[in-house]
Ligand binder design. Structure first.
Ligand code: NI
Length: 394
């Protein structure tokens, strides 16, 4: 292990400048979900030049590389996402996005570059590699989700993948650190739409109308009772109404109100319970006031649940690679979503956070127009991923 650690340290240091340059190039040319044609082409060319077997167009714009080690052993997958966000960049860096309205504001440019650098280093260490490594470059993590189409295209088969690992750049930690959680670490980010259909009328004659706005107010309060009064308090639930639309004029009673929102849960059973409870409340309140409703609940990604043994493996490797301070255990999950969750529903694996914040310029949150990373994080990511691949015994 010590010898492998040293080799990885040396080889990742050699590739670091190239990976930073790759990241800057991806950063300047961001592509949104399922538009990752140029990014995918660049990824495929890079892998082919390393002698890695490449498959393109997997789950539309995804790219998969397979590197066989010189020794028999398990197959592990490492996954990066490639898509950018519809955000106009405001970092002012020289390598800022050249496309107005599109930006790598979630660090996926970094994830893609880290995985390419990892592929390069591992391709130089085939004699040390037991088994094979599948490099999964996934589209559309930000939505509508590229993991599921890649899974449907069989990304975890031929050869069957035994375990999968992924990372996300994260401004809560410093470069040289990773953040790791056990169990559920990210939420199911579901959506909903509620329409309340009353009866319009003159603002001076409410008794002749059915006011969808006052009913909407009751529904908003009622829905919050699910989180505070109906679900076991030890299980987190977020109910956020993000938009509310309705009405015509100050003196007209609105006939219809539409609200959209998001529900965040960590526990699959709680998640299943929520839509029914929501509908009961919406139905009860609207019928009590003589209104009608439409309700649509849209299931998005599942909660992201790290597998116990795989999280232990990441912790163990992380401490050997980065020292004991290098692994920060996360106590609180975040209620954001991540479609890496779909892979973990199929096979063992773990997802960890890669520290990227070394000061004010790299402290902005993910998705912020000034989001940026300390690029020292890239080599840390490569070192951890290489060692996860080289030491995995199945
Ligand atoms: Ni992201």
């Amino acid at each position: 292990m010590k010898e492998i650690l040293k080799k990885v340290e040396q080889l990742t240091a050699e590739v670091e400048a190239e990976v930073i340059a790759l990241r800057r190039e991806f950063h300047q040319h961001p592509e949104l979900g399922f538009e990752e044609e140029n990014t995918g082409r660049k990824v495929a060319e890079y892998l082919e030049n390393l002698g890695i077997t490449v498959e393109t167009g997997v789950g539309r714009t995804g790219v998969v590389g397979l590197l066989a080690g010189e020794n028999p052993g398990p197959v592990i997958a490492l996954r990066a996402d490639m898509d950018a966000l519809p955000v106009t960049e405001k970092t002012g860096v020289e390598y800022a996005s050249q496309i107005p309205g599109k930006m790598h504001a979630c660090g996926h440019d970094g994830h893609t570059s880290i995985l390419l650098g990892t592929a390069k280093v591992l391709s130089q260490l085939r004699s040390e590699l037991k088994g094979s490594v599948k490099f999964i470059f996934q589209p559309a993590e930000e939505g509508p989700g590229g993991a599921l189409p890649m899974l449907e295209a069989g990304v975890l088969e031929n050869p069957h993948v035994d375990a999968i690992f992924g990372l996300h750049l994260w401004p809560d930690f410093k470069p040289g650190q990773i953040g790791l959680g056990y169990g559920a670490v990210m939420a199911a980010p579901d959506k909903f739409v509620v329409k309340i259909k009353g009866k319009g009328g003159h603002g001076s004659a409410p008794h002749e109308a059915i006011d969808s706005i006052t009913i909407a107010a009751q529904v908003i309060n009622g829905l919050q009772h699910i989180a505070s009064r109906q679900i076991i308090p030890t299980q987190p639930v977020v109910i956020t109404i993000g938009t509310i639309t309705g009405g015509y004029r100050y003196n007209i009673i609105a006939d219809e109100v539409e609200m959209t929102g998001t529900i965040r849960t960590l526990n699959p059973e709680v998640r299943t319970e929520i839509p029914q409870r929501m509908e009961e409340i919406i139905k009860g309140i609207t019928s009590g006031f003589g209104a009608e409703y439409e309700f649509e609940y849209i299931k998005m990604y599942p909660p992201l649940v790290n597998h116990q043994e795989m999280a232990e493996y990441v912790e163990n490797i992380g401490r050997q690679v980065l020292g004991s301070e290098g692994v920060q255990l996360i106590k609180d999950p975040v209620m954001g979503g991540e479609d890496f969750a779909y892979y973990l529903e199929q096979i063992p694996g773990a997802f960890f956070r890669l520290g990227s914040n070394s000061g004010p310029e790299t402290s902005y949150p993910l998705h912020h127009p000034q989001f940026n990373i300390d690029e020292k994080a890239l080599v840390t990511g490569m070192r951890v991923l290489c060692n996860l691949a080289l030491n995995y015994k199945g």
